[in-house]
Design a protein around this ligand. Sequence first.
Ligand SMILES: Cc1cc2nc3c(=O)[nH]c(=O)nc-3n(C[C@H](O)[C@H](O)[C@H](O)COP(=O)(O)OP(=O)(O)OC[C@H]3O[C@@H](n4cnc5c(N)ncnc54)[C@H](O)[C@@H]3O)c2cc1C
Length: 416
Amino acid sequence: MTYSAFRILKEALTGHKGWGPQWRDPVPQPDYDYVIVGGGGHGLATAYYLASKFDQGRIAVLEKRWIGGGNVGRNTTIIRSNYLLDGNEPFYEFSLKLWEGLERDLNYNAMVSQRGVLNLVHTDAQRDSARRRGNAMILNGSDAELLDADGVRAMYPFLNFEDARFPIKGGLLQRRGGTARHDAVAWGYARGADRRGVDIIQNCEVTGFRIKDGKVLGVETSRGYIAADKVGVAVAGSSSRVMETAGMRLPIESHVLQAFVSEGLKPTISGVITYGAGHFYCSQSDKGGLVFGGDIDMYNSYAQRGNLPAVEDVMESGISLIPALGRVRLLRSWGGIMDMSMDGSPFIDRTHIEGLYFNGGWCYGGFKATPASGYCFAHLLATDRRHETATAYRLDRFRRGCMIDEKGQGAQPNLH
Ligand SMILES: Cc1cc2nc3c(=O)[nH]c(=O)nc-3n(C[C@H](O)[C@H](O)[C@H](O)COP(=O)(O)OP(=O)(O)OC[C@H]3O[C@@H](n4cnc5c(N)ncnc54)[C@H](O)[C@@H]3O)c2cc1C
C-alpha cells in the first residue's frame, strides 16, 4: 500500500474501494536470520531499521496479539529529549532528531507535532535544577528555554498561579518537544518494515527459547518452533515474564499506568504541560480531547487496566494545576503495563546467552524513545556493537555500580 496525492484523489473519486491492507499477513517461515519478539513500537522500529539501514537478511516480528495493542497504542503520546544525564540525553536527542524526519522517512502521517513541552517549576530549588537540566540539554545539542512566571502566564493564563499550595514560578520549555499520533507510529513502522520484506506475524506468542551450549537456536511459539540466528526481545511490560523463560531475572518490575481522555473541547492547551508539584502531564489531541496521566498504580501487575485510587490522585493533581478541569467530563481511561527499571533508565544490550538480545525497562518514557531504541537495537543486532548514544544501557550496570539514576530516586519504581 503506497500513498500519494494522486492516489488520494483517485480513491476519493472512486468511493475509497481501492485501499488495501497496510502490511501482509504472512505464514511464519521455519527459520529467519533475525526474530524480533514483540510487535510494539520498539520491535517494529527495530525491524524497520534493520531492514532499511543495515540491510540485514530475513527478519520476522512475532507479536502475541495485534500490532498497536500494547503500550505503543496506549500512551499519552509525549515526545521530548529533556534529560539531564550523559547516559540519557544524547540518546533521547538522537530520538527527537529521528522523530523530526520520521514522516518523510516512512512516507506516513504520524502526526508528529512539535508543539512544545513545558515542565513547570514551583520552588527556587526546582528552578535551579531546571536551569541545570536546560544547560545539559543545550550542551548536548538540544534546545531549552527557562521561563519565568510571566513567561508561563503568557502561554497558559488559565493555570493556577497564585491561589495554589505550590504557586508556579516558571518552567523549562523545550519547543522541539511535542506529541505524535501513537498508533500511527506503530502502523507506519509496520508498513515500512513489511515493504522491505519483514514478516510481521500477529497472534504468535513466544512461549520459550531453544538454547544449546549457551547459544540461542530459536523460539518456541504458539504457532510452532521458529529457528533464528539472532533473537531480539522487545516486549515492554512483559519483559520479566519472557526473559524468565530464558532463565534470566531482570532488574525490572511491571506496573500499570493509566491514561485519560476528556470530552472534546475548543483549542485550549497548545502544547504539553507537566506539573512540577505533583505527577500530572496534559496535552490536547487534534480531536479536542484533553489527554492526560500521572503516576503508575503502586502495585505490581500485568493487567491493562488500573484502579480508582490512581484515578483520584491524577484528577487531584490536574485540578490543583488547572482548576477549570473540574468542569470537564472524562470520556475514557485505560491502562498499559510498564516495564519499570530500578534506576528509571532502559536497557539495550546483549545477554549472557549468545545470539539473545534484550531491549526494555522503558518506564514512563518509551514512546519518545521509539525511533532511537529501534535504531540502536538494530545496530546492536546487526553489528554486535552498541550504538554510540546507547553505550550506557547495559544489563550489568547495577553490578558495576554504573546506574543512570536520572531522577535521583534510586531503586524505587513507584517514585519514577
Ligand atoms: C498510559 C501510558 C502512558 C504513556 N505515556 C508516555 C508518553 O507520553 N511518552 C512516552 O515517551 N512514553 C509513554 N509511555 C511509555 C511507552 O508507551 C512505552 O514505554 C513504550 O510504548 C514501550 O515500548 P513498545 O512500544 O515496544 O511496547 P508495547 O507496545 O507494549 O510492545 C510490546 C509488545 O510485545 C508483545 N508481547 C509481549 N509478550 C509477548 C510474547 N511472549 N510473544 C510475542 N509478543 C509479546 C505485546 O503484546 C506488545 O504488543 C506510556 C505508557 C502508558 C501505558
